[in-house]
Design a protein around this ligand. Structure first.
Ligand SMILES: C[S@@+](CC[C@H](N)C(=O)[O-])C[C@H]1O[C@@H](n2cnc3c(N)ncnc32)[C@H](O)[C@@H]1O
Length: 210
């Protein structure tokens, strides 16, 4: 049976403390890309502050790690699977950040409950950073979710917001530049190579809303 928890030691988290994520069967088990994104958040924590969104939060790992950054005030994690949302809430409690975090069952940016729709509306134009480790889309070039994330994000991000977008290594930085070219509000910021052997790279983008 595969391990049903993933742990990042205090040393690995670069000052964010030990992080532990439960992912029992029927919930999203962290992948190598999830762990790479966790490292990227830990290593680039100076870029994240204020309020954030985590698109496709799974069991909440990236949102929870971001909440451990003292200058981050709150994060909203969006997730389509109710089982993942429930586990993300438990993981937030386990990691001591429940008061800074909200998990919302949603299809992309569209919450399923009216209560959450109203709460999301309040976030328009106020979000300081977006984190996303999205799935690859299957019926196209693999970037369909990333385009949907960018399209929907503009409504929520403030001018100058930062985006951490996880992109598998094989796609390469040129694909990210192409993505930004389709969305002129986003400028390609940097590509952060991560520890040797990691299968993903995380790209930092900044958003300048006209
Ligand atoms: C690659 S996983 C990443 C999960 C987590 N962020 C991590 O890094 O471990 C992508 C997540 O997006 C969720 N997802 C897929 N389609 C979605 C949609 N339309 N709206 C919201 N979440 C979605 C999946 O259920 C899954 O948990």
């Amino acid at each position: 049976m595969s391990e049903e928890r993933t742990r990042l030691s205090a040393e690995e988290s670069n000052g964010l403390g030990e992080l532990m994520f439960l992912h029992p069967p029927e919930t999203f088990a962290l992948t190598a890309a999830s762990v790479t994104a966790l490292h990227a958040i830990a290593q680039n924590q100076n870029l994240l502050s204020g309020s954030g969104l985590d698109w496709g939060t799974g069991v909440g790992c990236l949102a929870i790690a971001a909440c451990r950054i003292p200058s981050v005030s709150c994060v909203t994690g969006l997730e389509i699977s109710a089982a993942n949302v429930a586990m993300a809430q438990e993981n937030a409690r386990l990691n001591g950040v429940a008061e800074k975090i909200e998990f919302v069952e949603a299809d992309s940016y569209q919450p399923t409950s009216t209560e959450h729709k109203n709460r999301m509306a309040v976030l328009h134009g106020k979000i300081d950073f977006l984190i996303a480790n999205p799935p690859a889309s299957e019926a196209d070039d693999g970037f369909g979710y990333r385009r949907a994330i960018f399209r929907g994000a503009c409504e929520f991000l403030r001018d100058g917001a930062v985006v951490f977008l996880s992109v598998s290594f094989q796609y390469g930085p040129d694909r990210v530049r192409d993505l930004c070219a389709r969305f002129p509000q986003f400028s390609f910021g940097a590509c952060w190579p991560l520890p040797h052997g990691c299968p993903s790279i995380l790209h930092g983008l900044t958003c300048s809303l006209a």
